[in-house]
Design a protein around this ligand. Structure first.
Ligand code: SF4
Ligand code: SF4
Length: 71
């Protein structure tokens, strides 16, 4: 599966804003957009825990906000 597209549908489906590690006041959809410019404190990653973009693209990894986009 290719890297998810950066589009409104995926943006709205992204659940990062409910994640304990989400830094707030930042654009989400890191699996498509790449890593955050913010400092992220790792307090868990909920990507595999119900994100429809994750499931659709059969993603395997976590912490896209730190590690950058899915490949
Ligand atoms: S996989 Fe993670 S970064 Fe990608 S859309 Fe879902 S919650 Fe957001
Ligand atoms: S990529 Fe994972 S760790 Fe980072 S904010 Fe999204 S769900 Fe949380």
């Amino acid at each position: 599966m290719p890297t998810p597209q950066e589009n409104d549908q995926n943006y709205n489906s992204c659940i990062c804003d409910g994640c304990p590690s989400y830094p707030g006041n930042d654009k989400k959809l890191y699996c498509a957009r790449g890593k955050s410019d913010k400092k992220i404190v790792m307090e868990g990653c909920i990507c595999p825990a119900g994100c429809p973009v994750y499931a659709e693209h059969k993603l395997k990894d976590m912490y896209y906000c730190i590690n950058g986009k899915a490949r």
